[in-house]
Design a protein. Structure first.
Length: 52
């Protein structure tokens, strides 16, 4: 349960950082849900590879 909560917190923080950086660099700002979805998929894929 703690792992899921920490993943959610890190995903929200990552979404904030990506959106803030994109706005500072005057790039198109992606949606928060898109950033969180990609982040969670990448973390789960890396975790799945580490199970081998």
């Amino acid at each position: 349960m703690e792992g899921i909560l920490s993943l959610a917190v890190v995903a929200l923080l990552g979404a904030f950082v990506v959106r803030w950086t994109a706005s500072k660099l005057r790039l198109p700002v992606p949606g928060r849900a898109a950033v969180i979805t990609v982040f969670v998929l990448v973390v789960l894929a890396l975790w799945g590879q580490s199970l081998d």
